[in-house]
Design a protein around this ligand. Structure first.
Ligand code: DHB
Ligand code: FE
Length: 284
């Protein structure tokens, strides 16, 4: 790969930061003064306890300062928080659900991807590399009834582990799409199997990973948002059996319920998989 086409942490990090700013997630947001007091006090106390318990030195304190400054400069706060914290927030937000287990959204979601009715093929390059994947299933309610015209947003990395709109030289909506299920809630989407993904190694997060002797890998995954009027939005990731990082995902976002059953395609080349989604009705 040439240098110009290599994804850099600064470019994907800054794109993720800009995307978060534009997402509207913070536009009407206020957190109660009591909660800020409680949560900020607990966070500061936890950090002070570590300093005292581990007898943190000035060199270590200054290394931390320099590193925190670099996280911001590289635009990597979304990456850092989504890798090392979002999984717990997701757990708290969804542990009341009876339907599908979800998983973290991650930093690379883009709303309003082009919409198509199922069956459909996701947008991809004419020479898109990889193994064809037919992804099909049904969307149902926790009471077992089918959810007609449920919406399935799908986005994932390409065969080299890169996401469109965050790595350079990939068409805007490549491997991203919004799909409308049929009257029985069934969907069929043709795509390409994604590769395992390495979080950018040349920015602040990569520096931490190298300094701590960790690895930077997430297992290959499909990202999804599944929705229907009157039901809780399901944000999930689905994983491929046998991936060496399913058991040590850097983002701690794999759950056994999210592993796909991959079979050889019954028509054409590649593989296919069936996965049904069960949504919880919005509590009244
Ligand atoms: C990150 C990337 C992902 O694709 C993902 O699903 C979660 C986190 C990241 O780089 O932070
Ligand atoms: Fe991802």
């Amino acid at each position: 790969m040439s240098t110009e086409t290599t994804a850099s942490a600064a470019s994907s990090g800054n794109a993720a930061t800009d995307r978060f700013r534009e997402s509207g997630k913070t536009s009407s947001l206020t957190v109660d003064v009591e909660r800020v007091n409680l949560l900020a006090s607990k966070l500061i106390k936890a950090a002070n306890d570590i300093v005292l318990e581990e007898r943190v030195s000035y060199d270590e304190f200054n290394a931390l300062k320099a590193w925190l400054i670099k996280v911001g400069a590289d635009g990597e706060w979304p990456l850092f928080l989504d890798v090392w914290l979002e999984h717990s927030v997701e757990e708290v937000a969804t542990d009341h659900r009876e339907g599908n287990k979800g998983s973290i959204e991650g930093p690379y979601y883009v709303p309003e991807a082009p919409e198509q009715n199922s069956p459909a093929t996701i947008q991809m390059r004419d020479d898109e590399k990889g193994t064809s994947l037919l992804f099909q299933g049904q969307v149902r309610s926790t009471d077992g009834s089918a959810l007609p015209n449920a919406k399935i947003e799908l986005w994932h990395a390409d065969e080299e582990g890169f996401y469109s709109q965050f790595a350079p030289n990939i068409p805007e909506w490549n491997l991203r799409g919004t799909f409308i299920a049929d009257a029985e809630g069934n969907f069929q989407i043709n795509t390409m199997q994604p590769a395992p993904y390495q979080i950018p190694t040349d920015g602040a997060c990569g520096q931490l990973i190298a300094a701590a002797g960790w690895h930077a890998w997430r297992p290959a995954h499909l990202h999804l948002k599944v929705s229907a009027p009157g039901f809780e939005l399901l944000t999930a990731q689905l994983y491929f059996p046998g991936d060496e990082h399913n058991d040590d995902d850097i983002a701690t976002a794999v759950k056994p319920e999210l592993l796909l059953d991959i079979q050889p395609a019954t028509e054409g080349t590649g593989v296919q998989t069936t996965y049904d989604f069960v949504l919880d009705p919005v509590a009244k």
